[in-house]
Design a protein around this ligand. Structure first.
Ligand code: ADP
Length: 431
């Protein structure tokens, strides 16, 4: 049976009860009593109905399920119905709010920017990454046209042409951005932004590295080829000239070997795991070995000193640290004229252990210091070539120190000498 018919039955029964009661009273006590009783009962019923109607009206001002009044008779059915409807709506509203919160949270963690706009590109919403990429502020810029906010000719052309199948690459606020507008749903558009600055920078570093490496390798190779061609063209050169040519070729070969070795070291450092595996090693023994190797390299041309009151055990990669310290010490030997002095220090500072190499060598002008750790950077190319320098030594040092959460401090004065220090943090003292 239709449930709405059931809804009418109690109301009809109550009305019928009033009429029958009034008729009985009419029969026993006369028409006045019968009519008065009928009038009183229908008035009472009307007042009850009006009471429930006004309760419903009050509730509609703030329709919350837990505040719904209770009813009697047909009102009970109405209120139950309303309760169910309202409860379902509150539930779906809650679910929608939760879903929206989760969606916004996910959007906030997205590495790309997302902005939602209407069909005429008025900004509706965007995530923090879109604010960062496009210099927007959602609170301030909402309901403004995106072309008034991102005032870049390339972007405006992209919007005017409306060729949204293709993404747009542009430089905006010192970033390389890839943008695309995607129309969706009911006349809405989504703008996605991706920041390519880091990958472009890395790509450029790699390209420069390859260009520099090829250039550095080409010079010795040209020299070797030149001598070989000479040897073929003039097979009867005297023994002394030939020997001198062979010696020059060997020097260039050694230079190429140093270059290739340093490039391999750098590449290995870059491809090794980060953070490094921390293995314990004896720093005192390492520094002593390096000190002896430096003396051997100097061959008695310099005066050496060693101060050691630093910690014994370090945790890190001994091979990498040996390479870094050796590079610093080798530089001191190479860039200090004969008779100069070189001091190695292994000490403990507030910050952590420190390895310093001080020399009384040629020194470096202040303007060069910030660039010394760049790959292939050399203050004086011809001087570095004389000492078989590659321009990669300090890049290797910087890389190793970065991997060990340490930094390179450089102090130098032209003509007086330099001090290169590897400053570690206390982190290197624990596994
Ligand atoms: P290189 O192999 O040419 O020495 P590095 O990266 O080791 O390359 O050093 C970069 C440059 O820094 C060198 O070319 C040199 O000009 C300068 N340099 C490094 N160490 C010293 C030092 N102890 N004294 C003077 N100049 C130095």
């Amino acid at each position: 049976m239709n449930p709405h018919v059931l809804f009418w039955i109690p109301a009809a029964l109550r009305l019928a009860g009033i009429w029958i009661g009034s008729a009985v009273l009419w029969y026993f006590f006369g028409p006045v009593i019968g009519l008065l009783a009928g009038l009183a009962l229908t008035t009472a019923m009307t007042i009850v109905q009006l009471y429930y109607l006004s309760a419903l009206d009050i509730w509609l001002d703030s329709p919350r399920s837990d505040r719904l009044p209770d009813g009697w008779g047909a009102w009970h059915a109405v209120y139950s119905h309303l309760y169910r409807l309202n409860h379902d709506e509150e539930k779906s509203k809650k679910e929608l709010t939760e879903w929206l919160t989760r969606f916004r949270e996910a959007m906030n963690f997205l590495p790309d920017g997302v902005a939602i706009m209407d069909n005429v590109l008025f900004l509706d919403w965007c995530n923090p990454m879109a604010e960062k990429h496009l210099g927007l502020d959602l609170g301030r810029d909402r309901d403004m046209r995106i072309t008034n906010l991102v005032r870049d000719p390339a972007f405006i052309d992209y919007v005017i042409l409306g060729k949204y199948d293709e993404p747009l690459e542009m430089k905006f606020n010192d970033r390389y951005l890839v943008l695309q507008i995607i129309p969706f749903g009911n006349r809405r558009q989504i703008l996605v932004t991706h920041d390519k600055t880091d990958s472009i920078r890395t790509e450029k570093i790699r390209r420069d590295f390859i260009a520099n490496a090829s250039h550095e390798l080409r010079t010795p190779l040209t020299v070797i080829n030149g001598f070989l061609e000479l040897a073929i063209a003039q097979p009867d050169l005297d023994r002394e000239t030939r020997l001198s040519h062979l010696n020059m070729m060997r020097e260039q070969g050694e230079r190429m070997q140093s270059l290739v070795e340093d490039m391999l070291t750098l590449t290995n450092l870059e491809s090794n795991d980060y953070p490094i595996r921390r293995e314990p090693f004896d720093a005192l023994l390492l520094v002593k070995n390096i000190y002896q190797a430096a003396q051997a390299l100097s061959g008695g041309r310099h005066v050496f000193e060693l101060e050691m009151d630093g910690p014994e055990t370090l945790y890190g990669s001994m091979d990498e640290i040996r390479t870094a310290f050796t590079n610093l010490v080798t530089n001191a030997v190479r860039y200090t004229p004969d008779g100069g002095s070189i001091t190695l220090k292994w000490t403990s500072t507030e910050e952590g252990p420190r390895f310093s190499v001080r020399d009384t060598g040629i020194g470096i002008e202040a303007k060069h210091i910030p660039r010394l750790t760049q790959r292939f950077y050399q203050v004086d190319k011809s001087r570095s070539r004389q000492v078989n320098g590659t321009g990669l030594g300090l890049s290797i040092v910087r890389h190793v120190l970065l991997r060990h959460e340490a930094r390179l401090d450089i102090e130098s004065e032209p003509g007086k000498g330099s001090e290169f220090s590897a400053q570690f943090s206390r982190r290197i003292l624990v596994p």
